[in-house]
Design a protein around this ligand. Structure first.
Ligand code: PLP
Length: 374
C-alpha cells in the first residue's frame, strides 16, 4: 500500500458523520420471572397478522431457495383492485417498508443544496434521511397547544430551494391530523415544483368527518405522493412492506431507482393476501376504536393528560418525568415510547393495545398514582 498523509476519513461526507440514529420502540429487556410483557411502544397491530397473509406466507415457505419476483408488479396489480381502479397499477411504487419509500423519494428528488420542510414532532426518518442526502432541514413545528399544522408558517418557509414538504396525517407521535380544508389550501398555494409527501400510514384509524387521505387529490396534483405501509393495519411490521401512490409519470421516475428483487417472497405474498382480508382490517379498526374509547375513560379517571388521537396510539403527558415513567412501566412489564427525539419533549407515546394489555397498563398507572400519593 502506498503511503499518503491523507486518511480514508477525508472521504467521509461530513453530513454522514453526524449521529442521528433512529431508535426503535423497545421491548422489555429485563423481564421478571413469569412476567407477561406488553409491547405498546411501536404502534403494532394488537390483534396480530391477517390470517390470509399467514396462510399465503406458509404456502410460500417451500420456495425460499428461489429468488422472488424481480419487480413489484403483482403487488401493484393487487393494489389497483384494492383501490377499485380509482388508481391504476402504473401509479404505485412498492418497497421494503414505508421507511424505504421515504428514503427513495428523498434520494430521487433532493440534492445537497436543497431544503426539506418538516413539522415536528414528527416521524424521525424524514429528518434523518434528508440529512443523509446533505440537504438542509427546515422545521415548521406543529402548534404546541393542539399539534395542528402551521399552514401559513409552511407557506412562508417555502423558498427556491424547497424540494419536499413532509405532511403526516394522522401524525406520529401526536395523533393529530390535517383537515381536508387545510390540505386543499396547501396544495393550491404551494408551487408545483415542490414535492408534497403525504404520509397516511395510519389512515385506517381516522374517523373524523374532515379527515382525508391524498386519494381525491392525486389526479389534480402531480407533485403529491401518498405513503402507506403494511406494518400497521395489516399486522406485517416484521416483513417490511410499504407502497406509495402518485401521478403515473412520477411513479415511473421513482421506479427507475427501485432495486430489483427488493421485496422478499414472503413479504410480497403476505402483502397481496392481506389486501383481500376485509374481515381482518374491519376487526383491527373496530378493536382500535373500542379500545381508544376505553382508554379515554380510564385516562380521564386517572387524571392523565392525553391528546385527542386519530391513530392507534395516544400521546400523553406523564405524571412524573418521562424517563422515570417509562422505566416504571417497564418494571410492570409494559413497554412504551418516550418521544423526545421526535420533538415532543417529556411526552410519551402509548400504542392502543388489546383489552388485556390496556387493563395491565391502567393497573400499572393506578399503582404509580398510589405510590406518588404516599
Ligand atoms: C408516520 C409513519 N410513517 C411511516 C412509517 C413507516 O412504517 P414502516 O417502515 O414500518 O413501513 C411509520 C412507522 O412507524 C410511521 O409512524
Amino acid at each position: 500500500m502506498k503511503t499518503t498523509s491523507k486518511s480514508i476519513k477525508t472521504l467521509f461526507k461530513p453530513y454522514l458523520t453526524v449521529k442521528n440514529g433512529y431508535k426503535g420502540g423497545r421491548g422489555i429487556s429485563q423481564k421478571k420471572e413469569g412476567q407477561k410483557v406488553y409491547k405498546l411502544s411501536s404502534n403494532e397491530n394488537p390483534i396480530g397478522t391477517s390470517p390470509f397473509a399467514l396462510k399465503a406466507i406458509k404456502n410460500s415457505l417451500s420456495d425460499l431457495h428461489l429468488y422472488p419476483d424481480t419487480t413489484d408488479i403483482r403487488l401493484r396489480e393487487a393494489l389497483e383492485v384494492y383501490y377499485k381502479q380509482q388508481l391504476l397499477k402504473e401509479q404505485f411504487i412498492c418497497a421494503a417498508s414505508g421507511s424505504e419509500i421515504i428514503d427513495l423519494i428523498i434520494r430521487a428528488f433532493v440534492r445537497e443544496e436543497d431544503e426539506v420542510i418538516i413539522s415536528t414532532p414528527c416521524f424521525v426518518p424524514y429528518k434523518m434521511f434528508s440529512c443523509w442526502s446533505g440537504a438542509t432541514v427546515v422545521d415548521v413545528p406543529l402548534f404546541e397547544n393542539d399539534y395542528s399544522l402551521n399552514v401559513e408558517g409552511i407557506l412562508k418557509s417555502v423558498s427556491e430551494k424547497t424540494r419536499i414538504i413532509f405532511l403526516t396525517s394522522p401524525n406520529n407521535p401526536t395523533g393529530s391530523y390535517i383537515s381536508k380544508e387545510e390540505l386543499e389550501y396547501l396544495l393550491n398555494e404551494l408551487p408545483q415544483d415542490v414535492v408534497v409527501v403525504f404520509d397516511e400510514v395510519y389512515w385506517h384509524f381516522a374517523n373524523t368527518d374532515d379527515y382525508t387521505t391524498a386519494l381525491p387529490y392525486i389526479s389534480n396534483y402531480p407533485n403529491l405522493i401518498a405513503i402507506n405501509s403494511f406494518s400497521k393495519t395489516y399486522g406485517l411490521a416484521s416483513l417490511r412492506v410499504g407502497y406509495a401512490y402518485m401521478n403515473e409519470e412520477v411513479a415511473a421516475y421513482l421506479r427507475q431507482i427501485c432495486k430489483p428483487f427488493l421485496i422478499t417472497k414472503l413479504s410480497l405474498e403476505g402483502a397481496i393476501a392481506s389486501l383481500k382480508d376485509a374481515n381482518f382490517i374491519k376487526e383491527t379498526i373496530e378493536t382500535i376504536h373500542s379500545e381508544k374509547s376505553f382508554l379515554k375513560v380510564e385516562y380521564n379517571k386517572l387524571g392523565i393528560k392525553f391528546y385527542p388521537t386519530q391513530a392507534n396510539f395516544y400521546l400523553i403527558n406523564p405524571p412524573i418525568p418521562s424517563n422515570e415513567f417509562v422505566q416504571f412501566l417497564a418494571g410492570e412489564g409494559i413497554a412504551v415510547r418516550p418521544v423526545d427525539n421526535f420533538g415532543a419533549n417529556g411526552k410519551v407515546r402509548i400504542t392502543i393495545g388489546t383489552r388485556e394489555a390496556n387493563i395491565a397498563l391502567i393497573k400499572a398507572l393506578n399503582k404509580l398514582k398510589l405510590i406518588s400519593l404516599n
